[in-house]
Write a protein that binds this ligand. Sequence first.
Ligand code: 13P
Length: 244
Amino acid sequence: MKRVNYVIANWKMNGLRSHRKLYNSINKHLVSKKSNKPNVIICPPHTLIHTFALEKKSKVKLGAQDAHQHNSGAFTGCISSEMIKDLGAEYVIIGHSERRQYFNESTQLIADKIKTAHKHNLKVILCIGELKSEIKNRKKVLRNQLKSLPVNPNHKNIIIAYEPVWAIGTGLTPSLLEINEIHSSIRSILKSKLDFSKKVSILYGGSVNRKNAKEILSLENVDGALVGGASLKISEFSKIIDYS
Ligand code: 13P
């Protein structure tokens, strides 16, 4: 089954207006590849989305790193899905482990955020992943986190990113065999939830870099990567794009 391949950059809380240079270098790299594959999405801080969206004829797609569960209202400091769409982004990351960890985001809250994002026609990149202490119960943890998917999700507006929390920013990754197996069990959980489960792209994230990307991205059950630290360096990120 052919699935869409994505390489997604999560810049987290990094990026000033001068990062337009990096955005342009990534775009230049894609143009030089003369191919539309993979789909490359940059998720910069909210403050940069509009600046990047103004770049004409860019091959890079844009996403946000989070969106509030309400459409609008008295929620000081928050950003809504409608605003993100208005800025020119097509995607939004929801449920990143840093949001779960530092902002106490629950499965129910994440479900609400997904619902609102879909209402505003944003495609959702749903992050799931276990803590180190949960490795033994991984399948149960992932199954619970996937409960935040809407009742009838559509493979066209949902991308799953499996990011083991203990692999984020640590230089550690599960073995290749484990990654392949975990992605396969995520797909079987999805099977019970949606009609087109085979078409949903499942990405791997957590310490992906130019050295390990080739092997990870060539795994049968991996449909791309969600990249943090390495997406902030053109030398690293362009190689990851090339391997996908
Ligand atoms: P690193 O690639 O820095 O480990 O971060 C992964 C991540 O959290 C992407 O969302």
